[in-house]
Design a protein around this ligand. Sequence first.
Ligand code: AMP
Ligand code: MG
Length: 417
Amino acid sequence: MSFCDISNPNNAMMPFEDAMSRMLNSISPIEDYEDSKLEDCLGRVLAVDIQSPLNMPPFDNSAMDGYALCANDLSTESSPTLRLIGTALAGVPFESAIGDGECVRIMTGAQLPQGCDSVVMQELVAVDNNNITFKQPVTIGQSVRRCGNEFKQGEIVLKRGDVISARHIALLASLGLATVKVVKQLTVAIFSTGDELIALGQPLQAGQIYDSNRFALIAQLKKMNISVLDYGVIKDNPQHIKAAFEKANQQADAVITSGGVSVGEADYTKDILQELGEIDFWKIAMKPGKPMAFGRLSQSLFFGLPGNPVSAMVTFYQLAKPALKKLSGAAPVAPLKLLATVTNDLKKSIGRLEFQRGFASSDDNGLLSVSTTQEQGSGLVGSMCHANCFIILARESGNIIKGEQVMIEFFDNNLME
Ligand code: AMP
Ligand code: MG
């Protein structure tokens, strides 16, 4: 992969899609695995395909509380009667086989007794001591969950790269798997750059602001199950920044910084990166977030996010997150994009892909509408707090008039919870 010349501040803006594919193409998933207890593997990435060690269900069983019988055993008269000879409970099978004219009381999940092929729910029978009268015709196999019906022993049920959620844990547990092989958790080092940034809880002096990006980014990293090394705020001092990169390269799979990637006086980050490693694009045709760097040190990836808080959050979410997901071995998941009717005019200049902050809702018929939240300036974090989605406006699009259809992408749980 060739890296573009970043010394030229006038180089053309790279389309977002190109930046994304260049970045993803240059990343290979880590190949470091470990066994995890099932109860500890929420959010982890499966390292191997999971083959079912058993048939699911493992035996024919009843889907209902009712009566197990052989359907062919019922006479053709309109309300045939069978003799009750025992009970099958979940976990306590009926040990013998039924004979002609017999049935067994059976509970949901109980193994189907030998000789039975169907279950009739208890609401459809009349009980007179041990005589059970069936009021409706019976179809062979009704209310029976067949052995192997969901999947067969040896079948692949989950894929390498699946991110393990509660749903997957339910399946893995049902297969009896106490441990699973997962990809090692990523470690990401993070620091903010800027002489103006101070720690929370300190009084602000003239010209100072609180470092908010680091907290916002750490929160997103934690949601992704990534182990974070927090290096704090590093002053706009080339030696300090360089030392932080060298340490991060030893300790982490990736380094994330915010600030210092534009072309201001004190924007050292990209020059240092160029010296220590390789650096790729830094002007992406997106808004917010035009200045963003991506590259690599000898042992770790580097994401240089812009300093403006909304830009940092959006570039992380839209670019760094899919890249880190790929590094973690997670299978790519295309974000769901939906059309919604916009309820206010949107200002948009041609030339950059925009991620405006929107609040979308559905009406009683399920139709979506969306409005923008407050001012859209890239420093205004409030616009993120009142939003639940991005309104994605294509690079070539101009202003949008109220009532038009726009594409939205709901925030995932990185930003919502
Ligand atoms: P920079 O990219 O360093 O030129 O910063 C762009 C803008 O983002 C400036 O207004 C910075 O003060 C602000 N900024 C940079 N880093 C942070 C941060 N960690 N938290 C909040 N604002 C920041
Ligand atoms: Mg700065």
